[in-house]
Design a protein around this ligand. Sequence first.
Ligand SMILES: *[C@@H]1O[C@H](CO)[C@@H](O)[C@H](O)[C@H]1NC(C)=O
Ligand SMILES: *[C@@H]1O[C@H](CO)[C@@H](O)[C@H](O)[C@H]1NC(C)=O
Ligand SMILES: *[C@@H]1O[C@H](CO)[C@@H](O)[C@H](O)[C@H]1NC(C)=O
Ligand SMILES: *[C@@H]1O[C@H](CO)[C@@H](O)[C@H](O)[C@H]1NC(C)=O
Ligand SMILES: *[C@@H]1O[C@H](CO)[C@@H](O)[C@H](O)[C@H]1NC(C)=O
Ligand SMILES: *[C@@H]1O[C@H](CO)[C@@H](O)[C@H](O)[C@H]1NC(C)=O
Ligand SMILES: *[C@@H]1O[C@H](CO)[C@@H](O)[C@H](O)[C@H]1NC(C)=O
Ligand SMILES: *[C@@H]1O[C@H](CO)[C@@H](O)[C@H](O)[C@H]1NC(C)=O
Ligand SMILES: *[C@@H]1O[C@H](CO)[C@@H](O)[C@H](O)[C@H]1NC(C)=O
Ligand SMILES: *[C@@H]1O[C@H](CO)[C@@H](O)[C@H](O)[C@H]1NC(C)=O
Ligand SMILES: *[C@@H]1O[C@H](CO)[C@@H](O)[C@H](O)[C@H]1NC(C)=O
Ligand SMILES: *[C@@H]1O[C@H](CO)[C@@H](O)[C@H](O)[C@H]1NC(C)=O
Length: 728
Amino acid sequence: MRFSLIPAVSVLLPLQCSARWLGIPTVPFEVSNATGTFSLKSVKSIVVDSKYQNTVNTDGETLIPPTLKSFATTFGEDLASVLDLKVPVVTGEAAGKNTIFLTIGNSSAYLDAAGRPTSEGYSIDVTSHGIVITGASPLGTWWATRTILQQGVLDSGMKLTLGSASDAPGWGIRGTFSQLDVGRHYYPPEFLIEMCSYLSFFKQNTFHIHLSDSPSVNPDLTMEEKLNFYSAFRPYSFDPAVEGLNHRPNESYYQEDFENLQQKCAARGVTIIPEIEAPGHAIVITQWKPELALSTDFTLLNISEPETIPTMETIWSTFLPWFHSKTVHLGADEYTAGVADYNDYVNTMYEYIGQKFDKSVRIWGTFVPNDIANETNINTNVSIQHWEYFEANPYWDFIKNGYSVLNSDDQFYVVAKWSGSYPQKLNITRIFHGAPDGGPTAPYIFDKFNATNNPPKDSPYVLGQLPALWNDFGPNSTSVIEAYWALREGLPGLGDKQWGGDLLMDEYYEILETLIAAIPGQNLDRKIPSKTSTILSYDFSSSQGNTVKDKSGNGYNGKLIGDCSVKNSALTLKPGCSVSTPLTSKGRNYTLSFSINPTTSTPSTLFSGSASTLRAGNGTIPNIMFITGGSPYILNYTLPLHTWTDVKIVSIANATYFVTSSGNGTETVNEFTTTIGDYSNSFIWGNPMSIEAPIASIGGDLFEGSIRGVELVDGADEKYAGSLTSAL
Ligand SMILES: *[C@@H]1O[C@H](CO)[C@@H](O)[C@H](O)[C@H]1NC(C)=O
Ligand SMILES: *[C@@H]1O[C@H](CO)[C@@H](O)[C@H](O)[C@H]1NC(C)=O
Ligand SMILES: *[C@@H]1O[C@H](CO)[C@@H](O)[C@H](O)[C@H]1NC(C)=O
Ligand SMILES: *[C@@H]1O[C@H](CO)[C@@H](O)[C@H](O)[C@H]1NC(C)=O
Ligand SMILES: *[C@@H]1O[C@H](CO)[C@@H](O)[C@H](O)[C@H]1NC(C)=O
Ligand SMILES: *[C@@H]1O[C@H](CO)[C@@H](O)[C@H](O)[C@H]1NC(C)=O
Ligand SMILES: *[C@@H]1O[C@H](CO)[C@@H](O)[C@H](O)[C@H]1NC(C)=O
Ligand SMILES: *[C@@H]1O[C@H](CO)[C@@H](O)[C@H](O)[C@H]1NC(C)=O
Ligand SMILES: *[C@@H]1O[C@H](CO)[C@@H](O)[C@H](O)[C@H]1NC(C)=O
Ligand SMILES: *[C@@H]1O[C@H](CO)[C@@H](O)[C@H](O)[C@H]1NC(C)=O
Ligand SMILES: *[C@@H]1O[C@H](CO)[C@@H](O)[C@H](O)[C@H]1NC(C)=O
Ligand SMILES: *[C@@H]1O[C@H](CO)[C@@H](O)[C@H](O)[C@H]1NC(C)=O
């Protein structure tokens, strides 16, 4: 069932029913009097209303809004990739038979939860002739195209019921995978772009990224230890004014990366909101200019120091020209020194960024504004991102004092891998039943228990909702892809609530996986198309020139590069020889098996791919290790020399195992794990790691020996799950 009927007053109107399209979010829908369906398979073209083809939405958060024509082109690509419907995108004055006509209509007809017109609203009319989409702006039209794709995916015949939908988001800032904490863990820009595609499919428009930070710092460290503590400032500028601020050139966003990221996200209706954190969580700045630190806490800026505010103005003025959002985030979280200094800092930055760069600013709710008449309070034009009641009450302290508030209450915080206080995944029950009355959550529900702490649903001061994913334990606690898995199942459901949909939990589980499998512009599950569960099989039994034949039936033939020799179904690898495949990496679950017979213990690469490298040794140690995200995960296992060992790398759910067997069939299982912790959470050992299979090339540097029987299979034998290091 694609839509469900609400049997309200339909007794009186037997021919016309209020209904809704089941989707994420749900879409209010009226079934038309003319019964029947229209199949997307009959669509001959997408017609962009020529009057509006160059129109852009200037009401959204982005300063680089796509034109209606540009959104239409992306929609055309999505119809091809998602539903295999290859139709041209043309411009025209009116809808024709069997077209999807994209136009712009009455921009004041769609209202948000506070009753204000929103440029993100749209309507869809489905008749037996075709589909007409009317957006309040090109962005509204774009969200409607997500509805069309979702409905096409959920009906096996790609049929839409005749009728019309009129839909608008209740809140303007929606982005479930927000605040991806890049300050404490590097995420390549391509990953962030895929996350934007993920958000966009569920009509989420905001991706807030935290660009500078460190894990929490033990105050008892020596000054030298503090100066060397892990921290990052991800944007990298060649401007001499900020030379030395970013000390991780290989884990950075250069201006062209950031430009491309913002453009790609904007093309799908998603705005990047950048955050540069200060005056707290600022060790990356005090490591650069130690004289700006407070003598009592090296992670905090001393705002009274005359060079502090000018330094922050220099940083912002260097990077503001990169940013294409109307709002930027100052951080301003967890500052534990003087309130008056803090307020002065925020107000000064607000004025500087507003006057010189015409942008608004947002901060984390930190101090209670205890006297609104006091001139040193934070300007009410600064918006507040609430996260915890122990900092301030979003309703009584901020909204009642005229501040606009974005809801990031920590009821939806997620901390990667492990935490003493927060879960590792979004809590789906809380999404569907997290309100004080047991109903679904919504952006105006800050307090899940006490309704007195929540403003009315139609409060114009509630900006929207963003959950946070934090990397409290720094870069070596997770692989990049684990960030996606932490939110994968929950973020679309939260998207329904951020929009104002009325999806039920059972319905959600019914459609979620089907929709996830269809999301265009990303492959976060890291799937590889395959005819059977065997994705790739190189048995090296026959060689034709430099081609390594793939026996899986998928034709993923490899290529021998350099001076290689193949004999008796084995490839002899030596420095200068490698096999390159047409693949890159494979996500959970998988089994990568091979037999290997090394002849030297020189540390070397076995397999490499876009997300990980499997090595036999590195530096002075010969141990097997995976390297992902720049960190090594090392096993207490070394391949024996001059003998064949059968190896299986097994990925099941959130764990990755290294299984070896010798001739008699006894298997030994080792697990790739990580140790995490900080000074306040003593170290926690043995946390599972999810690492993608590296399958772009085999060998390639110093490995010497033979390999045979390389096979990549989708799926894994469940007997290994939870086995840790043991013999089976
Ligand atoms: C549908 O039919 C009802 C009853 O005949 C009529 O009142 C209504 O206007 C019709 N609606 C549309 C959209 O044609
Ligand atoms: C636009 O929509 C508003 C609200 O529904 C309505 O009052 C107004 O008459 C509409 N304008 C046009 C030109 O249709
Ligand atoms: C960055 O990467 C290059 C090439 O891999 C390497 O030579 C260089 O040492 C790296 N720099 C840092 C600071 O890690
Ligand atoms: C209010 O203003 C006074 C000085 O006018 C200042 O001392 C005090 O810190 C201010 N309070 C807050 C909360 O900013
Ligand atoms: C990994 O999976 C196990 C088994 O499902 C679960 O108990 C554990 O909490 C998961 N760990 C993380 C970090 O998600
Ligand atoms: C999930 O949220 C529900 C509702 O708030 C709560 O009762 C439950 O304890 C939460 N589960 C976890 C694992 O935190
Ligand atoms: C609910 O919140 C109000 C306003 O903050 C507070 O006065 C009241 O004590 C709270 N009730 C409970 C049961 O915590
Ligand atoms: C590998 O070893 C080299 C040389 O000892 C070292 O510089 C590098 O950091 C190591 N790489 C990893 C990922 O451990
Ligand atoms: C590594 O494994 C060997 C046995 O294979 C064991 O004796 C040794 O204690 C292990 N070392 C560590 C650090 O676990
Ligand atoms: C991986 O295997 C686990 C355990 O059988 C299963 O729960 C999970 O759904 C599988 N994941 C995928 C992506 O197939
Ligand atoms: C199989 O071989 C392993 C390693 O050589 C040995 O430890 C184990 O005892 C053998 N098992 C049997 C059943 O022979
Ligand atoms: C990760 O970092 C922590 C803290 O520096 C360290 O104790 C731990 O061994 C590291 N884990 C891995 C897998 O490198």
